[in-house]
Write a protein that binds this ligand. Structure first.
Ligand code: GAL
Length: 432
């Protein structure tokens, strides 16, 4: 049985191996037993947190669980690739082979639902009830951790996806100010002025496609507004709408104003290029804030930020959290200690300080966090909050994949009609 398992696992892992880099991976180890183990001495976790800031923030969590469980050995089996496509592919192979890690990173709501529908994640409702976690979270955040009224995941932080990071010196050289209220038209005018000053306007790093998928989604929500954006996923507003066409045209223009090597560089390389003065702006979720601090850049001096320009204040919510497997968990007690550590308010603050996110729990002290994060926390409480499509939160992981593929195709072809036709079709068939 064990040998067979091992064989299946290594075949499945080999299938995904060409796409990924596994660090400290124990993917070839067989699972403890078919019913799962209760061990407390080891814990294996997977995530896609491998950039400088991501790895540091993850270490806060690992150190935290080690403190509560002395003697615990933690295997950090992170798989590189921003946005997590590689990590999820590697995880899928392990789940299929019956050899899951003890816990894995995922987004709540849509992506979580796909794991629940697949019977892959454990029901954590009892743990939630025992700890009264729901009372320590904003209602929307607590709801995002549920599927059909049951809890299946634990939130570690809240990121904002639609932030435009800016280089103050480059903007001032071009005599440009970016006003978030000037909308996408105002942004494009400003970017063209930067181009006229002789600098590349936009830094983009979409080696991992989520980066351009997130740029397009920011443009989409700015053009449609929060309410219509949400309706795209309940089939009450069409991917064929005139605002969608406009958003695609804007996106095409912004791509043409970006660094030519965008598909060869990663999200973290792109934001650092922006802070180094290679361009004026870079759209990225606020994990960029953590990464820029990690690269010793000074907020307000080396870089600044505005919400992606649009007609209203929208907060594009990208949640991070961890779940545990429904079957074959190797170290159930250690996994429970891990989930409990994640909900510790002090750990959430310490994690946020490195990651650029805000804590998910409302009993965390955010007064020590940066000005940027204080602003993000205020905005999360009062802006129109929507969930990210590029990160598979607003709808299923499958539809998010269709979108990512359509963005990839569009980046090559620039064919607006084809993008709209394929997404309209997918909307009709996949979001019934
Ligand atoms: C997102 C995740 C962030 C950040 C980013 C880039 O999916 O929510 O925490 O890690 O990917 O890798």
């Amino acid at each position: 049985m064990r040998v067979q398992n091992k064989l299946k696992i290594s075949m499945a892992v080999a299938a995904a191996a060409s796409l990924m880099t596994v660090t400290g991976c124990s993917a070839n180890q067989p699972a403890g037993s078919s019913t799962g183990g209760s061990g407390t001495d080891k814990l294996e976790i997977t995530s896609w947190w491998t950039s400088g800031s991501e790895a540091d923030a993850l270490n806060v969590l690992i150190d935290g669980v080690k403190k509560t469980s002395p003697g615990l050995s933690v295997d950090n089996a992170a798989v590189s690739g921003g946005g997590g496509a590689n990590a999820r592919q590697a995880l899928a192979a392990r789940l299929q082979a019956g050899s899951p890690p003890d816990s894995w990173q995922l987004h709540p709501a849509g992506q979580l639902k796909s794991y629940v529908d697949g019977g892959q994640v454990a029901d954590l409702t009892d743990l939630w009830t025992q700890n009264d976690w729901a009372s320590k979270l904003p209602k929307d955040v607590a709801e995002a951790q549920q599927v059909n009224g049951k809890y299946y995941t634990v939130p570690i932080g809240v990121h904002r996806g639609n932030v435009l990071w800016t280089n103050p010196a480059v903007l001032s050289k071009a005599n440009v100010k970016i006003d978030p209220a000037s909308g996408v038209d105002g942004l494009i005018t400003a970017l063209k002025q930067v181009q006229a000053s002789g600098t590349t306007p936009v830094c983009l790093g979409d080696k991992d496609i989520f980066a351009s998928a997130e740029l397009l989604e920011s443009i989409i929500m700015s053009r449609t507004g929060a309410e219509n954006y949400k309706k795209l996923f309940t089939n009450e507003y069409s991917f064929d709408a005139p605002e969608m066409k406009q958003a695609l045209e804007d996106y095409k223009t912004i791509l043409s104003l970006s660094n030519k090597d965008h598909s060869a560089i990663t999200w973290d390389e792109a934001v650092k290029k922006m802070a180094n003065g290679s361009c004026a702006v870079s759209l990225m979720g606020d994990w960029a804030y953590g990464e820029l601090l990690n690269a010793k850049k000074t907020p307000g001096k080396d870089f600044a930020w505005v919400t992606f320009p649009g007609k209203e204040d929208i907060f594009d919510y990208v949640g991070d959290g961890f779940s545990i497997p429904a079957n074959n968990i190797p170290h159930a007690d250690a996994a429970k200690a891990w989930l409990t550590t994640l909900m510790d308010p002090k750990i959430q603050t310490e994690f946020a300080a490195k990651k650029g996110s805000i804590p998910a729990v409302t009993n965390a002290d955010i007064s020590t966090l940066s000005q940027y994060q204080q602003e993000a926390a205020k905005s999360f409480a009062k802006a129109s909050v929507v969930s990210s499509l590029a990160h598979g939160q607003v709808t299923t992981a499958e539809f998010a994949q269709t979108y990512a593929d359509a963005v990839s195709t569009f980046n090559g072809s620039g064919n607006i009609d084809a993008f709209m036709a394929s997404m309209t079709q997918a909307q009709k068939t996949q979001l019934k």
